[in-house]
Ligand binder design. Structure first.
Ligand code: HEM
Length: 405
């Protein structure tokens, strides 16, 4: 049998899709020594791990992964504790709140970034837009001082480096752990002050939230805000860059989206399937579990390969083709039980910010298309994505015809 490349190898990082295919077809359950985990790659198996109603899969093992940098967040909770926390935070990310309060924030932040380069006729969409936009939006939604946004960005960069630090570089680890302390020193006084004078922002909503007599402590809210840097920042950042990379490499589909902006939702959904920002997430088995590829013992770590499951030919027709018009994909992100691409996961931990991400993509991509007529790839475009757990284009230099306004 053909050897499956190591998921931590250079070869895999350059292009994981051939290895994903090999795993789905001939090694759908495989032990991986370096991550001390079982890899699963078929759609039906990853879907089962996410939707799992019997609590056979937990997020217990996030403790060692994300606790050093974020503290204890909603992601590490399970059972009733998770359900209560979810009920406390989820209302702030529902459609009605988004539209009433946060749509203007999204529009304003997108416009500010675009205004900085629209007259020049060229930009790197990764550095000039994608890495900044979602983090700016979160900072303003939380009601943080504009003067502090640069620090917030600094923490974002350090946290992302910490989470992607596969080689275990001790400096990156130390910087991530320092961020946890600095972030707490910054956020806790702000949270305490906000409790005394609630406003209309997300932080006030989190301070005031109460379910069954339970409220979040200052530490809980701080950890949630910290998680938003990675969960809401890096993901949407990579999604926006990947939408443009995919459309620019398929000019007929770019033209269709330019013509009919309602297709942005489809371009988003297909990008999340074809090139998901999060390629792998972990679960832990609470009991022995049998999947299509074999049996996993209790207490094992399982790496769910979203990037592989999303290209499973048993679930999606022509899975290696980027096609925003495909019929086997829904564009709704409001309903966690929907069997769909797995980029937002499914079930209990289904992405709480999915509607926010969708709103950011609609506004950001729409405004960018308006500001960049004649959009084309510039010299130096390298379609190679970077990252293993999360992936997105390294850079995306483009040119366009500048317009006044
Ligand atoms: C959970 C992906 C945008 C906040 C998740 C999970 C995935 C995901 C895969 C499940 C993690 C797991 O089960 O282990 C994405 C993608 C996004 C995106 C691909 C953009 C395209 C956002 C945004 C926010 C957000 C904009 C908020 C600002 C969260 C939170 C959770 C989560 C708080 C944890 C939910 C829970 O544990 O119950 N996301 N996300 N995400 N996401 Fe997102």
């Amino acid at each position: 049998a053909q050897q499956v490349p190591d998921i931590l190898s250079e070869e895999f990082a350059g292009n994981p899709y051939p290895a994903y295919r090999l795993m789905r077809e001939s090694a759908p359950l495989i032990w991986h020594e370096a991550t001390n985990s079982y890899l699963i790659s078929r759609y039906e198996d990853v879907e089962r791990a996410f939707k799992d109603k019997a609590s056979a899969f937990t997020t217990e093992n996030y403790h060692w992964q994300i606790e050093p940098v974020h503290g204890k967040t909603i992601l590490q909770l399970s059972g009733r504790e998770h359900a209560v926390r979810r009920a406390l935070v989820a209302p702030a990310f529902r459609g009605s709140d988004l539209e009433e309060k946060f749509l203007p924030v999204i529009e304003r932040n997108s416009r500010r970034l675009i205004d900085a380069f629209r007259h020049t006729g060229s930009v790197d969409l990764v550095d000039g837009f994608a890495t900044r936009f979602p983090v700016d939006v979160i900072a303003e939604m939380l009601g943080l001082d504009r003067a502090d946004h640069a620090r917030f960005h600094g923490w974002y960069t350090t946290v992302i480096a910490f989470l992607g630090n596969l080689s275990g570089d001790p400096e990156v680890t130390a910087a991530g752990e320092r961020t946890r302390i600095e972030f707490a020193e910054y956020m806790i006084p702000i949270i305490q002050a906000r409790r005394d004078s609630l406003g209309d922002d997300l932080l006030s909503t989190l301070c005031a939230a109460e379910v069954d007599g339970v409220r979040m402590s200052d530490e809980d809210i701080k950890a949630f805000c910290s998680l938003l840097l990675a969960a809401g920042g890096e993901t949407t950042d990579k999604a926006i860059a990947s939408i443009f990379a995919n459309l620019l490499l398929h000019p007929d589909q770019l033209a269709a989206v330019r013509e009919d902006r309602s297709l942005i939702d489809r371009a988003f959904a297909e990008t999340l399937r074809y090139t998901p920002p999060v390629h792998m997430i972990m679960r832990q088995t609470a009991e022995e579990v049998t999947l299509s590829g074999g049996t996993i013992p209790a207490g094992a770590t399982v790496t769910c390969l979203i990037g592989a499951a999303n290209r499973d030919g048993d679930r999606f027709a022509e899975p290696d083709t980027f096609n925003i018009f495909r019929e086997d994909l829904t564009t709704t992100t409001a309903f966690s039980a929907a069997a769909d691409h797995l980029a937002f996961a499914l079930g209990r931990h289904f992405c709480v910010g999915a509607l926010l991400a969708k709103a950011e993509v609609r506004v950001g991509v729409g405004q960018l298309l308006d500001a960049m007529p004649g959009l084309r790839l510039a010299d130096g475009f390298d379609p190679v994505e970077q990252g293993v757990f999360t992936r997105g284009p390294r850079s995306l230099p483009v040119e366009f015809t500048p317009v006044a306004g």
